[in-house]
Write a protein that binds this ligand. Structure first.
Ligand code: ZN
Length: 356
């Protein structure tokens, strides 16, 4: 099996950190994932509002340390309860970014373009509250990996299943439209044209090759291939057009899978292999396969394209991992430990402190 470098790895399952590390080792080895980037997700929107995980950033940096020198980590911005004092929040985002990039994080992950977060915070990714942050990232050539919008069918109320609506995976008019979310990205690029910006899940643009190309017309923009909705299957249906784009911008597409340390239950193998296998079947074969509820045919990319997408572009974007400040990890874990009242968090933080 050919080795791959995965730019899109999460660690949000409720598993003790110590166990998570062992699971990752096993999963990385079985999928031949030799380098990887841990992406922090401190916030996510639920029905009750936005939830916050205070340990995401520190856990990500600790995972990077554990898997050094093959690992990278992107921090997530921690948001306040509200964004009313926008100047203060803008200053805080800038301070956070400066800190993260100086203590060993390699970039910033933004889930901030996720429809339910944009709605809950009433804050687009082009809001001026992010300007100083983007400007800092652009000036220093630090990468931002952003999730914006979602698959187009999530806005299709007519054809959505009752379950999807109930789960909040379908967006009615109380949510921003998909096109408004995509426009926000272009607004950011108009202000910060040299920003190193990666859109996850190919920007959910599999139905709009022209939009994808306008995004890539900026000098430092890239897409990751992380499955979602399903972009690759959609592209496969119009592969002639997409292949041209992939060839023209072959240095701007990154392998990524939404890799997780999955709980080691009877579905473990199936769960962690699903997405890497899908992306690899699509890229490495021309056979027919099933993925979730779709059937697809692989497009077989030659070794030169695979080299770029699987490995070269990752190294080009991330270069050498930034050096980790053990002192920062220690101080942050200690500080969080004094504030935390959840057993699971305390256990993880103690594990970090005992293994620095
Ligand atoms: Zn993700």
């Amino acid at each position: 099996m050919e080795k791959v470098y995965d730019v899109h790895v999460h660690y949000t399952f409720d598993i003790p950190l110590k166990e998570k590390i062992e699971i990752f080792k096993d999963e990385f080895s079985q999928t031949k994932t030799e380098k990887f980037c841990f992406l922090s997700l401190p916030h996510h929107a639920s029905k009750g509002g936005v939830l916050f995980d205070c340990c995401q950033n520190v856990s990500g940096l600790f995972l990077k340390k554990t898997f050094s020198p093959n690992a990278y980590a992107f921090a997530g911005l921690e948001h306040p309860e509200n964004h009313l004092d926008s100047e203060k929040v803008a200053r805080d985002f800038l301070t956070q970014a400066k800190t993260y990039l100086s203590v060993g994080f390699d970039g910033i992950k933004m889930l901030e373009g996720y429809p339910s977060l944009v709605k809950n915070w009433n804050l687009g990714v082009d809001d001026k509250v992010y300007d100083e942050f983007y400007s800092f990232m652009e000036k220093n050539g630090y990468p931002v990996l952003m999730h914006v919008a979602n698959p187009t069918q999530n806005w299709d109320l007519k054809n959505a299943s009752a379950q999807a609506i109930k789960d909040g995976r379908v967006y009615d008019s109380s949510y921003p439209t998909k096109s408004s979310l995509i426009n926000q990205v272009f607004n950011v690029l108009k202000k910060f044209p040299n920003l190193k910006l990666t859109l996850a899940h190919f920007g959910f643009l599999s139905d709009d090759v022209e939009k994808a190309e306008s995004f890539l017309s900026y000098p430092n923009t890239t897409f990751d291939l992380t499955p979602g909705g399903e972009q690759l299957i959609n592209m496969g249906k119009n592969w002639e057009s997409w292949l041209k784009l992939w060839q023209k911008y072959s240095d701007r597409i990154l392998y990524g899978t939404d890799f997780y340390a999955f709980p080691k239950d009877e579905k473990w193998q199936e769960n962690f292999l699903r997405r890497p296998n899908f992306v690899r079947q699509f890229i490495e074969t021309n056979g027919e396969f099933d993925y979730v509820d779709g059937r697809f045919r692989g497009v077989f990319l030659d070794a030169n394209l695979r080299e770029k997408i699987y490995r070269e572009n990752f190294v080009k974007l991330l270069d050498k991992p930034k050096e980790i400040s053990t002192d920062y990890l220690k101080k942050t874990a200690e500080e969080l430990l004094t504030r935390s009242n959840k057993e699971k968090e305390k256990d993880d933080l103690n594990y970090v402190l005992n293994n620095l």
